[in-house]
Design a protein around this ligand. Structure first.
Ligand code: MN
Length: 379
């Protein structure tokens, strides 16, 4: 039996300002492309079932494009008679029942099994003469509700295979929490039970907890903290007492969270040089990246040539400079600034002045003088 396990596709997610030729947010479009790769793969490899462990959509009310796209793609599975079973995740679960659940749009599509009614459901399939029971708990409104539903799981004697599908973070493992207010906590004792496979969703990094229990991870990078993750989904080959899993990687847009530049002991020119070097090295075209400036004194930060950086990165999909600005004391400013004779004199002069906005004046003045001084050096 062959199963595909996907998760956390967050359709409708958008980020940054870049838009496509069709006026769609570039990252929203990228995310659709990633999802489509999964469906393309499914149609080629023809699994017996596709499981989605929650957060199909990024929000309770996804935009029309996300809804249309999801129906179109899921319909491709349906038409090919590949069952698609999906549980609700915390991102798409409304807090009030009367809001209605977006998954109801899938209710009447053949071969699609949306599970969003706040309670444990067992779905049985007969695949290649085997009885398969899928035990699913969607996102619930409270942690208590979730625990009560976990207790209701019953493994029938009649089934040849039992699969558990959940969306939440595993208890006691800090790394798996997404720090979201409505996330559910899965007690680990349920992961040791007699299941042939456990499909987990919520944590965005592909993780093998044990041979038969996996987080599939998300299909796209949704923040710089995920930049180092490989993204994809899992193909599972299941036989009696034998399991084989394979991670299938998706081709995503390149996202890089570059090593920081420590700015405490280097001057403005050296910082600009390192920034330019980093940009040239990664070749910004169509990439997303972040440059971090650590311990940069505010006077120096204000001298950074953002126009120049913008020009070097004009082909990038998105870039950002994240500065951890150090508040300067007078001496630090003098010490850290790239000092020409005039700025040095100005700094020492200001040190002895008794002025209300001394710090601001000092920083502004130093900035102006340094700009002039660096221009002189260029000539
Ligand atoms: Mn989630």
């Amino acid at each position: 039996m062959k199963i595909l396990h996907i998760s956390d596709t967050h359709l409708g997610y958008s980020a940054y300002r870049k838009i496509t030729n069709e006026n769609i947010n570039q990252r929203e479009k990228d995310n659709y492309n990633s999802f489509q790769q999964v469906i393309d793969y499914a149609l080629k490899s023809k699994p017996d079932i596709v499981l989605h462990s929650g957060d199909l959509f990024d929000s309770v009310r996804p935009n029309n494009r996300a809804i249309t796209f999801s129906i179109k793609q899921i319909f491709r599975l349906s038409k090919n008679k590949i069952p698609f079973l999906i549980i609700s995740g915390n991102h798409e679960q409304p807090k009030l029942k009367e809001t209605g659940h977006i998954f109801s749009i899938f209710d009447h599509i053949e071969n699609v099994y949306p599970i969003y009614n706040l309670k444990y459901e067992k779905h049985e399939f007969n695949i290649k003469k085997n009885n398969i029971s899928i035990h699913a708990i969607p996102q619930t409104l409270s942690k208590d509700d979730f625990n009560n539903n976990l207790k209701k799981i019953k493994i029938p004697n009649s089934s040849d295979f039992n699969i558990l599908i959940l969306h939440g973070s595993v208890k006691g493992i800090k790394e798996f929490t997404m720090n979201e207010f409505n996330e559910l906590i899965i007690p680990d004792k349920y992961l040791k039970n007699n299941f042939d496979y456990i499909a987990l969703g919520h944590y965005h990094k592909y993780t093998k907890l044990s041979k038969n229990c996996h987080y599939a991870g998300s299909t796209e990078h949704f923040s710089f903290s995920e930049a180092k993750d490989k993204k994809g989904f899992i193909e599972i080959h299941l036989e009696k007492n034998k399991i084989n899993t394979k991670f299938i990687k998706i081709e995503n847009r390149i996202i890089l969270d570059l090593d920081p530049i420590i700015c405490s002991n280097i001057n403005l020119d050296q910082i600009m040089e390192s920034i330019e070097l980093k940009i040239k090295k990664i070749k910004p075209k169509d990439k997303i990246f972040r440059i971090k400036l650590e311990e940069i004194p505010s006077t120096i930060y204000r001298g950074i040539d953002f126009e120049k950086i913008k020009n070097l990165c004009k082909n990038a999909t998105h870039y950002e400079i994240k500065a951890n600005i150090k508040s300067d004391s007078d001496t630090e400013i003098i010490k850290n600034s790239k000092m020409g004779a005039l700025s040095k004199e100005y700094a020492y002069f200001m040190k002895d002045q008794n002025l209300k906005d001394k710090k601001v004046l000092l920083e502004l003045g130093m900035n102006y003088i340094q700009r002039i001084e660096s221009k002189k050096e260029d000539k």
